[in-house]
Design a protein around this ligand. Structure first.
Ligand SMILES: [Zn+2]
Ligand SMILES: [Zn+2]
Length: 78
């Protein structure tokens, strides 16, 4: 799969563009995802940083770095 994918948050403030195909895709139920996201499992894709660009609302994003996991959650602040 190639091309680009334009996605936005539910309120439309922030948008991202993903280029190409994800490095990994699947359903994850590992402990780290369950702790960080507070869900029993989720569908996930993993992308290299250079494949992702914030195209709108970058200044309106909140970032949460988990204190013990090497994982970060980013969401719209609206
Ligand atoms: Zn939003
Ligand atoms: Zn996981």
């Amino acid at each position: 799969m190639s091309g680009s994918h334009d996605l936005q948050c539910s309120c439309g403030t922030a948008a991202i563009r993903l280029e190409g195909a994800p490095r990994v895709r699947g359903h994850c139920h590992c402990r780290a995802c369950r702790v960080l996201l507070g869900v029993p499992f989720h569908s996930v894709t993993a992308w290299n940083p250079e494949q992702l660009a914030v195209t709108r609302g970058g200044g309106r994003l909140l970032s949460f770095q988990h204190p013990s996991l090497s994982m970060k959650k980013v969401s719209c602040r609206e």
